[in-house]
Design a protein around this ligand. Structure first.
Ligand code: SAM
Length: 208
């Protein structure tokens, strides 16, 4: 089910860019096919860290790539997706891998979930941070640190030589320091893929 929020804070340019879900799915098969280490790496991380009954929020869920990975990782709990492209959300909805899908900006969804007293255990934010400027990224990190009960996994895209992680358009690049300078008390960060100078998949977990 797709829920359209009032004050959804949709960026029309991003929605337009993601108006062709089938084209996106073809692109993701080409760039993130089985040979791309992100595929197995993400499933392994989800299997090892995300408990089967965790409530997982997938930010910028697109056509549902992470929802499918959660299924492969034997996740059985509630899955909530959020995206600012309605065509992408419709494609994700057709997979049946999310219980709820919100049409809104990634920060806006936290406000909605707080209002409903929905508690998020884990959040995923894959191939999405390149669309956030520095201020929006800091806002999103604050929401993640305050709302996620167990952890979150975030990719910081770049066009690295190995194409481990990339966005379709790299609007804003963020460094490891940009992100980890903001590490909140009671949290730790681990590099799952890439290295601190380049392409990264980061896992944040609570230590308290
Ligand atoms: C490259 S796709 C990634 C989709 C999915 N996470 C995946 O790994 O296949 C980026 C998605 O993020 C969405 N997006 C970008 N900025 C967003 C924002 N601020 N809030 C919600 N969705 C956003 C786009 O609409 C698009 O569907």
């Amino acid at each position: 089910m797709i829920i359209k929020l009032s004050d959804a804070r949709i960026n029309a340019d991003i929605e337009l860019h993601y108006s062709d879900p089938s084209g996106y799915d073809n692109w993701i098969v080409e760039t993130l096919g089985e040979s791309n280490p992100l595929h197995a790496g993400l499933v392994a991380a989800l299997t090892n860290y995300v408990s089967p009954w965790a409530t997982v929020l997938d930010l910028g869920c697109g056509t549902g790539w992470c929802g499918k990975k959660l299924q492969l990782a034997q996740h059985l709990g509630q899955r909530i997706g959020c995206d600012m492209s309605l065509p992408m959300l419709r494609q994700a909805d057709s997979l049946g891998v999310y219980g709820l899908l919100y049409y809104c900006d990634a920060c806006r969804v936290f406000e909605e979930l707080r209002g409903l007293a929905t508690q998020v255990d884990w959040a995923l934010c894959l191939l999405m941070c390149c669309y956030l400027d520095a201020v929006s990224l800091q806002e999103l990190l604050r929401e993640l640190f305050s709302s996620c009960r167990q952890g979150f996994i975030v990719s910081f895209e770049d066009y690295g030589e190995d194409m481990l992680i990339c966005g379709t358009v790299l609007l804003y690049s963020h460094t490891y320091s940009d992100v980890c300078a903001q590490l909140a008390p009671g949290w730790q960060v681990e590099v799952l893929a890439g290295d601190v100078d380049a392409v990264m998949l980061l896992l944040f977990t609570r230590t308290d």
